[in-house]
Design a protein around this ligand. Sequence first.
Ligand code: G4P
Length: 525
Amino acid sequence: MNFQDEIQRRRTFAIISHPDAGKTTLTEKLLLFGGAIHVAGAVKSNKIKKTATSDWMEIEKQRGISVATSVMGFDYKDYKINILDTPGHQDFAEDTFRTLTAVDSVIIVIDAAKGVEAQTRKLMEVCRMRKTPVIVFVNKMDREGKDPFDLLDEIEAELNIHVRPLSWPINIGQRFKGVYNLFDQKLDLYTPSKQTITQSIAFDDIHHPDLEKHIGTDDSIKLREDLTLIEGVYSAFDTHPYLAGEVAPVFFGSALNNFGVKELLDCFVQIAPSPRPVHAIEREVWPEEESFTGFVFKIHANMDPNHRSCIAFVKICSGKFERNVNYKHVRYNKLLRFSSPTAFMAQKKEVVDEAYPGDIIGLPDTGNFKIGDSLTSGEDIHFKGLPSFSPEMFKYIENADPMKAKQLNKGIDQLMDEGVAQLFIHQNNGRKIIGTVGQLQFEVIQYRLLHEYGAQSKWEPKSHYKACWIESDDKDELENFRRRKFQYMALDKDGRDVFLADSSYILQMAQNDFKHIRFHFSSEF
Ligand code: G4P
């Protein structure tokens, strides 16, 4: 197969959802279709349950599982599918945000009974920022849930995207009979037993009297009415607005019962994008380019605390990656060669000789890489799009053992390079502030500092509302702001000014007093 075909056949995506909507179940069914696994239950739920916040074994185990399931590659028909896993626990949302920078599209799973939930809304904001094409899978149709039209309205309003149903449910819950597949014009009838193949009947004329035979009179009348309404309300499906991230096709089904999953996958491989061009500061990088480029979007510390080795996950943006070839680590301006890059096929890591745009490779590393680093055939390329978002919680980190100050600082630096949380240095007193999305991250940091670096730390609460990255065209006003708000100013990991607002009131006041300053809740604007 030539280079172009290898690129065209790749589909690299993430499945995102609010916890419990069915992401793990759907992932597992997709892997079953791809032949990547053979039995249900093989995919461990990548979840740290709320009750496990102080169960360290659970977290350690979790880290092991998530290396194995970080990327799941498999072949399906003529396509090479790469599913990037995202952490289930919302305290690790930052990890998910970064993973979203490495995908070309996304499948969002929504629970039919719960509708759009908080975490889905947040993740969708990141997709919208990046114009990532999304497909929605409304799951758990075998249970009582919301009216499908209401759900579509809710998705449009809450996720701020137009929708276009490509399948339509015939009843719901106990009376659920299946879906009409608008994409393939088929009647997919539901068999409520696990692992069975859907009964699929080609059915392009919905007014044909045979419909009654399959789903009964009442449901036929209702289905015809619904479909007429859909054709009247929603524009015909077109891949362009989908690929532009403006319209989300919607499928209905039940992941647990393996219903509607194959239909989703078959449509997905056809319409989802192959690797797309990636923005770098210098220029746009196209997958078809001959020279290799890629960036690190995730770093996974090894399970063995005695060996400080990590795996850096690199998304290939252009060209072909080859084993044992020298590549430039752009930040270090140094050539590195990798003798055992791994690919992730069917939940196994294996050494690969080459990889193509869209693929993710794992590079064993001993601390050379930071999140966002680029690796190229020689060109100085810096990829954009790995923003930091304002943390929700802040704490001062203090040394609890004066003999181990060096270890603590090293540990903090390495954990931050790994992207475990965000570090800010207070400009007023030089103290280190760690910002996280949730309490669990603080616990993980303290635990890992102790076990991997032998450093004791303690936390001192710091009540901040938001971290705002600031900018202004008016240099004098910016300088004036820095002086006046000195006690609130910190530097982020890249040495950029950040305003740590104590409360929404303080932020409001600052916005009122300094009209020419723009306040951003994310480091990329
Ligand atoms: P997540 O990764 O998004 O957090 O969700 P996960 O797949 O773990 O699914 C959450 C729960 O919802 C699981 O039940 C799962 O079996 C169930 N589920 C997933 N899809 C469907 C569906 O289509 N219909 C129904 N009725 N249930 C579904 P659990 O009891 O929490 O876990 P388990 O003990 O079954 O593993």
